[in-house]
Design a binder for this molecule. Structure first.
Ligand code: C2E
Ligand code: MG
Ligand code: MG
Ligand code: MG
Length: 292
């Protein structure tokens, strides 16, 4: 009967919710000890000049490997860390690790590359991100222009003057600022003139279909042209095929990031990529190698 069926599906539903809540609690309690147990790692993905093929930057990306949960995606644990306030100590650790690691690459004669760090809204609202960055730059010795802070549009939503003040301070210090995942969320074009951005990163959802979907192709091209008019450099995220690369190159894209060139790798692995680049030169060389 309908009634029995209804109550069955209700039971099933609460059971599912229970399981989800329990899973979330378990992840949370493991996450609270992840830092002291040294379960967090920062991996790095190269960002490559679209014309020369040289690596110009590295985006730091958090990795969490827990003995009972295994590998947990940052798309899962970063929002949890934000909810329970853990993103503040974790975010400080990411900044410190990124700057020190970039400094070790610069030593022993490697061409300097910038390091890009994702920042959460919480670090801007409750944290002391300006002081943290100032002291991390000082203790690591990394020049300010070698650090880039990536923020998403969510941060700019509530239009708080404090956020603008923090971004202006970082900009005056010489730190670069980029807008990440551009085109998703609550894009408003007035953000682009209001805040001191240096770089715009086109979200991978546009890049994915530039070859098959004329609308995405048009949007990607328009975003690149608009950003250039505003004197922003443009990164294409999630570039996986040479066809995507060529379309974006033809439309004037400045930098590429994606599996076509490399997945995120460990700090050691990144050092090897930098040394490889020295001898192999251009992006096209690497592209041919991957395709064959
Ligand atoms: P994001 O900042 O937009 O980072 C780019 C994501 O795209 C990374 O996922 C990267 O591995 C992935 N990616 C790069 N190239 C390709 C490609 O060619 N194909 C595909 N399918 N994916 C590609 P990841 O590492 O899983 O990170 C997911 C998100 O988690 C990041 O998105 C960022 O929002 C957040 N996140 C990661 N590390 C941190 C961190 O240290 N702090 C904060 N606040 N958030 C972080
Ligand atoms: Mg990012
Ligand atoms: Mg992104
Ligand atoms: Mg993202």
């Amino acid at each position: 009967q309908a009634k029995a069926q209804g109550s069955n599906s209700f039971c099933f539903f609460t059971q599912t919710m229970n399981n989800q809540a329990r899973a979330r609690l378990e992840i949370e309690s493991e996450l609270r000890h992840a830092q002291e147990n040294r379960e967090l790692e920062l991996h790095f993905q190269p960002i490559v000049d679209a014309r020369s093929g040289q690596i110009v930057a590295a985006e730091g990306l958090l990795r969490w490997n827990n003995p009972t949960l295994g590998r947990v995606s940052p798309d899962t644990f970063v929002p949890l860390a934000e909810d329970i306030g853990l993103i503040l100590p974790i975010g400080d650790w990411v900044l410190r690790t990124a700057c020190h690691t970039a400094m070790t690459w610069q030593q022993s004669g490697r061409t300097p590359v910038r390091v890009c760090v994702n920042a959460s809204v919480r670090q801007f609202r409750n944290g002391n991100i300006v002081q943290t960055i100032a002291s991390v730059l000082e203790e690591s010795g990394l020049p300010a222009h070698c650090l880039e802070v990536e923020i998403t549009e969510g941060l700019l939503l509530d239009d708080a003057p404090e956020i603008q003040e923090i971004l202006n301070k970082l900009h005056r210090m010489g730190v670069r600022i980029s807008i990440d995942d551009f085109g998703t969320g609550y894009s408003s074009l007035c953000y682009l003139k209001k805040f001191p951005f240096d770089v715009l990163k086109i979200d991978q959802s546009f890049v994915r279909d530039v070859i098959n979907d004329p609308d995405d192709a048009a949007l990607a091209a328009a975003i690149i042209h608009m950003a250039h008019q505003l004197k922003l450099e443009v990164v294409g995220e999630g570039v996986e095929t040479t066809a995507q690369l060529h379309y974006l190159q033809d439309n004037g894209l400045d930098m590429v990031q994606g599996y076509l060139f490399s997945k995120p790798v460990t700090a050691e692995g990144f050092k090897r990529l930098l040394d490889q680049k020295k001898s192999h030169g251009s992006l096209s060389g690497v592209v041919k190698k991957t395709d064959s």
